[in-house]
Design a protein around this ligand. Structure first.
Ligand code: SF4
Ligand code: MG
Length: 336
């Protein structure tokens, strides 16, 4: 089956006073119809930049897609006109970001913001669009939607704004929903409700989801497949089970080991592995994880490892997979 979305050899850079920051360095990923793919990694790993580049929402300048293609529905999204991209963002690829206050328009009622896409891109009349807006608010669990539809974002609570953003993103029934840390700013109870809602909508509307997160608990809850990013590169991909129970990349082992247990404070999941990520102004020519990897060998610093297929869907890029590599005692998989 042909994937719904295909990212080939994507390179994205930011020009800064200090030079070119190579934020995304040759990413290959695909998304199948109706599936939820999580992209995980520390901040600065390139996960958000990858997601924003798909819909050409990186600030440009200083950001620039230097190379690669994003194939969706027979088109290369790096090449389509701004006008067409605008239309795609409004109707075929929806987006939810961490902070609804920066993405919602404070000067427009929530209802109008849902209606916009329907009227511009889907040919709805005004009354019909208003009805659909009410329906969408009801669908995402906003109480009293007939009244709420006429209110402004500041009249909503944080959790309700997040729901409103989901309603806007899903109103046009997009094929893909990109959710970048969609629940990070919310408290745990509301976070769980929003995730539950996204899952429900994914099943009901068959929307494929790209979920960007540093929270492996969210991944376990939501995703079927995972891509682990480090230093601007994807270093491992597989099913959720592959990544949680059979991780092959030392960075992924570290991530899994650092998952907070119930008796730990949540903040602790932010400092998984000692050391800091590579400087993308001057990226390493070998494995990006080499400076922090407890198993690093000479060659790791010199040459980027090739991809190894562990199975049809489970792939990893690490020199330990090379037939000549010394054996390594793998850490016990973490089973909660
Ligand atoms: Fe560690 Fe080398 Fe594998 Fe990179 S390639 S993760 S440095 S063992
Ligand atoms: Mg981010």
């Amino acid at each position: 089956m042909k994937p719904l979305l295909e990212i080939n050899n994507l390179h994205v850079s930011f020009n800064t006073y200090n030079g070119e920051v190579q934020a995304v360095r040759g990413v290959n990923l695909h998304l199948n119809k109706g599936e939820a793919l999580a992209i995980v990694g520390e901040s600065g790993s390139g996960k958000s930049v990858t997601a924003q580049s798909l819909v050409r929402l990186i600030p440009s300048p200083p950001g620039l897609i230097k190379q690669g293609e994003v194939l969706f529905d027979g088109r290369d999204l790096t090449q389509v006109s701004e006008k067409e991209m605008f239309k795609i963002r409004g109707s075929e690829i929806g987006m939810i970001f961490q902070d609804p206050m920066t993405s919602l328009n404070p000067t427009m009622t929530v209802g109008k913001q849902i209606m916009e896409g329907l009227m511009w891109h889907q040919g709805y009349g005004k009354a019909q669009a208003l009805q659909k807006a009410v329906d969408m608010l009801r669908l995402v669990g906003i109480p009293n939607p007939e009244k709420r539809v006429h209110q402004y974002p500041h009249q909503y609570s944080g959790g309700m704004r997040q729901r409103a953003m989901i309603a806007i993103a899903l109103a046009c029934n997009p094929k893909i929903l990109i959710a970048d840390e969609p629940t990070t700013a919310l408290d745990v109870t509301i976070q769980a409700q929003i995730l539950e809602l996204m899952k429900e909508l994914q099943e009901k509307m068959e929307t494929a989801i790209i979920l960007i997160t540093h929270d492996l608990g969210v991944v376990a809850e939501m995703a079927q497949r995972v891509a682990v990013m480090y230093g601007g590169k994807v270093v491992e991909t597989g099913t959720v089970e592959d990544i949680f129970y059979r991780p092959r990349h030392p960075y992924t082992w570290g991530l899994i080991q650092s998952m907070p247990r119930l008796d730990q404070k949540r903040e602790e999941d932010l400092i998984p592995i000692p050391g800091s990520p590579p400087d993308l102004l001057d990226p390493p020519k070998g494995c990006p994880f080499a400076d922090r990897c407890p198993h690093a060998m000479q060659i790791c610093h010199e040459e980027m490892p090739e991809w190894t297929n562990v199975s049809d869907v489970h792939r990893v890029t690490c020199w330990l997979e090379h037939p000549d590599a010394p054996p390594v005692e793998r850490e016990e998989p973490r089973v909660n």
